[in-house]
Design a protein around this ligand. Structure first.
Ligand code: HEM
Length: 316
């Protein structure tokens, strides 16, 4: 995955990484966002209908090996799983197409994002950081939320604790453009839904859980049997906004089943492999193109810069 040459994009990426560090502190060797995670492996099996949407190779061949990383929110590697800031949870899926060839899906457990652009997200993070020492109201973040309804909606969206990473739903949030073998194209947004169904804890039940309950649970669950998720694409109608992660499409839009992920094993040497793997928000595979959502190109740069730092870091 290449680093873009656009200097403004790189400068914004570095400013965003600096802001994460200001808020969460320095944790060399860990991600500045979604720091606490675990990797599992398995396979992806597409449905026959997936090829109507895209000619991408993992949707046309019978099965593809995958690596999946589940994570808590924030840049705190030790955040308790029942901390309210640990949501949204993350999922990152790597489809191993061939040696040195892969494509990824990244999603989180809230359907949406607080800002349309990376610059707005930087302003939001700066407002959060400035509010830590604020003594009067409105604090900078209260003022930001007062003037940015999409960010307020994201902050106020319910984010209950799941009983398991395997009982949570995840959303790709940014649209992709899918192209099939006849050249027909359609925009869609990923949804990754647990075969075991959603299951959430109320506040009292969450408060009684241990700080690692989700990571302990997923290790126990996979030791007993496979963990499955369905991958769907919510398809845009003509006229739907396809370049803004803050805008929802109506729930009655078609949801096409693309296939099933079956996870069977934890990754050996998990901490080392988490340090090495750098997920990419841009698909970079024939048959799936990024939309013009400005978050995609920026995040690809941010994750790559961050991942390279992580790989070269010596933990303290
Ligand atoms: C301007 C927007 C965003 C910024 C600046 C940002 C920033 C970051 C950073 C710095 C990382 C750590 C990357 C690494 O070190 O490898 C990260 C990881 C992650 N982000 Fe974002 N993010 C943004 C938007 C999103 C959106 C829209 C989603 C939901 C789809 C999302 C979900 C995730 C997940 C799941 C991870 C963990 C990936 C992994 O397991 O390696 N982020 N983000």
């Amino acid at each position: 995955m290449p680093l873009p040459s656009d200097e403004r994009l790189i400068a914004l990426s570095n400013d965003l990484l600096q802001q994460f560090e200001t808020i969460f502190g320095q944790h060399p060797g860990f991600r500045p966002a979604h720091a606490k995670g675990t990797l599992l492996t398995g396979t992806f099996t597409p449905t026959p209908s997936a090829t109507t949407l895209s000619r991408a190779s993992h949707l046309t061949r019978s099965s593809t090996p995958v690596t999946v990383r589940f994570s808590n929110s924030t840049g705190l590697p030790l955040i308790p799983d029942n901390d309210p800031n640990a949501s949204p949870r993350g999922i990152a899926i790597r489809f191993h197409l061939a040696e040195h060839s892969h494509t990824d899906i990244i999603g989180h457990s809230t359907d949406g994002f607080p800002t349309h652009t990376g610059q707005e997200f930087l302003e939001f993070l700066r407002a959060i950081a400035a509010s830590a020492s604020a003594t009067s109201h409105p604090t900078p973040v209260e003022a930001y939320l007062g003037s940015h309804p999409a960010a307020l909606a994201f902050v106020q969206a319910a984010k209950p604790n799941p009983s398991s990473f395997a009982r949570e739903s995840y959303f790709g949030v940014t649209a992709m453009r899918f192209i099939n073998k006849d050249g027909a194209s359609c925009y869609g947004r990923y949804r990754i839904l647990p075969e075991a169904g959603n299951d959430f804890l109320d506040e009292a039940a969450a408060a009684k859980k241990t700080p690692n309950y989700l990571f302990d649970e997923i290790a126990e669950r996979i030791a007993k049997g496979p963990i499955k998720f369905r991958i769907l694409a919510q398809l845009a109608d003509d006229g739907d906004v396809v370049d803004d992660a803050t805008i929802h499409w109506p729930e009655d839009r078609t949801q096409l089943e693309l296939g099933t992920i079956t996870l069977t094993q934890p990754v050996a040497d998990n901490a080392h492999e988490q340090k090495q793997i750098i997920f990419d928000p841009i698909p970079r595979v024939d048959g799936i193109e990024p939309s013009d959502d400005p978050l995609l190109e920026l995040r690809a740069a941010v994750y790559l810069i961050s991942g390279r730092r992580r790989r070269s870091a010596h933990e303290q």
